[in-house]
Design a protein around this ligand. Structure first.
Ligand SMILES: [Zn+2]
Length: 174
């Protein structure tokens, strides 16, 4: 995301953290021409109108509830005790702060035969049993509500290993 001045002749364009880091400027006001700024996709003028400009912090927030649902599926043969089933997930670490809204675990051969320890960095935030076989659906999602600091990995270590079928985890991240 970037911030651009709404004045088409101004040309002011900065990164999304500009006003959070430049505290001397009025937040979300163009320092060149005093027009408001808007949020756009990187290197475009495509406005991301649902983003929230947080004047208290100067940060740009994704739309409320506009997060990402991420899933992993790991073969039972791989998911041995102490294995991190998120170890190769591209979303395990991000350069911006996030929040785990909810998490779900399903799969293996029978409900409740697998246990995962969900961690943010070195802090445990949940212990999860697989609530069903197959893939997690909305009834398998538990509220977590845990903050994930920037550059801090999310881990999901196997405590009791799945058998036969893959173990599948879904994370609702914002
Ligand atoms: Zn301007």
């Amino acid at each position: 995301m970037q911030l651009v001045c709404v004045n088409p002749t101004c040309g002011f364009r900065v990164g999304e953290r500009y006003f959070a880091e430049k505290e001397r400027f009025h937040r979300f006001v163009c320092p060149v021409c005093n027009a408001p700024v808007k949020v756009v996709a990187d290197d475009t003028d495509d406005e991301l109108a649902d983003c929230v400009l947080d004047r208290a912090t100067g940060l740009v927030k994704p739309p409320p509830g506009g997060g990402a649902l991420m899933q992993v599926s790991i073969a039972a043969a791989t998911a041995a005790v102490n294995y991190d089933i998120l170890s190769s997930a591209i979303f395990r670490t991000d350069g911006r702060p996030r929040r785990i809204v909810a998490a779900g675990l399903a799969g293996s051969a029978a409900a409740l035969d697998t246990i995962i320890r969900l961690m943010v960095g070195s802090n445990q935030v949940a212990t999860m049993y697989n609530t069903s076989t197959g893939a997690p659906n909305r009834d398998d999602m538990f509220r977590v509500g845990e903050t994930v600091p920037a550059n801090t990995p999310i881990h999901a270590y196997v405590v009791d290993a799945p058998s036969t079928n893959p173990i599948n985890m879904a994370l609702d991240l914002v």
